[in-house]
Design a protein around this ligand. Structure first.
Ligand code: TYM
Length: 384
């Protein structure tokens, strides 16, 4: 799925270069979330849109209009998202979860969250299954901390829930052929056979209900959904709908995405106050001028400034305030160090609350995985 005629690459495993999101919409065959669609959502929920929709962080979709039709006609829909557990989650990983939680709150729908401990084990030679299972637990705490409804949310780990999913998984696997999956995910003949089978597991939850499934995720996961849409109807299910986000840029600059493998590119949810301040002051790519004098004269460029971009994505949700910050930075009134300090304060405030909720989540893991209303129903169900 790499786009070799571009100077950027977007696959489920890597994002390289400066992503041109308009181009990606054309290449992936998705649709832009336009003003009309946003207004429609606003009138249905009768409330303000989430900041990530207002600011086009979620910028692209497939069949979101049909999801809204189903909602309005009373048929309903469900939400599905997931996480491939590796060491720590960073603030970019939270984006789809924060947004999914908001959708759940506004539409009062079921949410299924897949934890692919199998995927991470299969794709990384150095990871053991014990490790990916341990990280699953740690990541689940971060996900619960976002605030999902315990009665309407089911969090499941592939290696535990596989028994209930297996019938639908093999039906999906039988529809996908080897060369298609190999090409879609850039696998090699020498790849282990688990990696060729795995996409059936990521597709399976789109068929947990006989209603339309809406998937909030960054656009890197799209190849799975394209395969799903080719086969879903032949199995008697809906083509999955998606709502795609952009990538939170890494600390190092506007190219690529924040990635766990480079600790200096990411702020982890477990980073303490001092680490956050130090990383941002030291590494956050600046759109400012090299000296204060030049900055006062020419101003900064918020379009490439990572501190500004993070505030814009999520951490300064007040539209009036973000506009002020933008104008002051462009005019040179606000210096790079001051802008970074605004972000440090906002991030540390956010992470402090997150840490607290993460602690409380320890009591809730069992509820989301086994005892909640939806979880119980799901353990009683075999997906045929
Ligand atoms: P994973 O663990 O790589 O990523 C988890 C979620 O975070 C999104 N994401 C980002 N969003 C914004 N900015 C970033 N820098 C950034 N980096 C990652 C990803 O798009 C994803 O939504 N195979 C999947 C796990 C999975 C899944 C799913 C994801 C299973 N079922 C259904 C989405 C929907 C994975 O390894 O995600």
């Amino acid at each position: 799925m790499s786009e070799s005629n571009n100077d950027f690459v977007v696959t489920p495993w890597e994002v390289k270069g400066k992503v041109d999101y308009d181009k990606l919409i054309i290449q992936f065959g998705t649709q832009k979330i336009n003003e009309e669609l946003k207004q429609r959502i606003k009138s249905i929920i009768n409330d303000e849109l989430h900041v990530m929709l207002r600011r086009n962080v979620f910028f692209s979709h497939r069949d979101l209009d049909l999801v809204l039709n189903d909602y309005q006609s009373g048929k309903g829909f469900f939400l599905y998202t997931g996480r491939g557990p590796s060491l720590g989650m960073h603030i970019g990983h939270l984006i789809p979860f924060i947004f999914t939680k908001w959708l759940q709150e506004k539409f009062k729908v079921n949410v299924y969250i897949e934890i692919t401990d199998d995927e991470k084990f299969l794709r990384n030679q150095e990871y053991t299954l014990e490790q990916t299972r341990q990280w699953s637990y740690e990541n689940i705490l971060d996900i619960i901390a976002v605030g999902f409804d315990p009665d309407r949310t089911f969090i499941f780990q592939d290696t535990e829930y596989i028994r209930n999913m297996y019938p639908i998984v093999i039906k999906i696997a039988k529809k996908l052929n080897f060369s298609e999956v190999k090409a879609t995910f850039g696998l090699e003949l020498s790849s282990n056979i688990g990696t060729i089978f795995f996409p059936a597991l990521q597709i399976a939850p789109t068929m947990f209900e006989k209603r339309r499934c809406l998937i909030p995720a960054a656009i890197d996961q799209d190849p799975y959904w394209r395969l799903q849409r080719d086969i879903a109807e032949s199995l008697g299910y809906y083509k999955a709908a998606q709502i795609h986000s952009k990538f939170l840029p890494p600390l190092t600059g506007p190219e690529g995405k924040m990635s766990s493998s480079d600790p200096n590119s990411a702020i982890y949810l477990t980073d303490d106050k001092k680490t956050v301040a130090w990383k941002i002051m030291k590494y956050a790519f600046s759109g400012g001028q090299p000296t204060v004098e030049l900055h006062r004269k020419y101003g900064g460029n918020p379009d490439v400034d990572v501190a500004f971009q993070w505030l814009y994505f999520y951490f300064e949700p007040d539209d009036k305030r973000i506009k002020e910050i933008e104008e002051e930075y462009r005019s040179g009134k606000l210096l790079t160090g001051e802008l970074k300090q605004i972000l440090i304060d906002k991030l540390n405030e956010f992470l402090e609350v997150h840490r607290q909720k993460r602690e409380e989540a320890k009591e809730l893991v069992h509820v989301f995985k086994y005892d909640g209303k939806l979880a119980q129903q799901m353990w009683e169900k075999i997906h045929e």
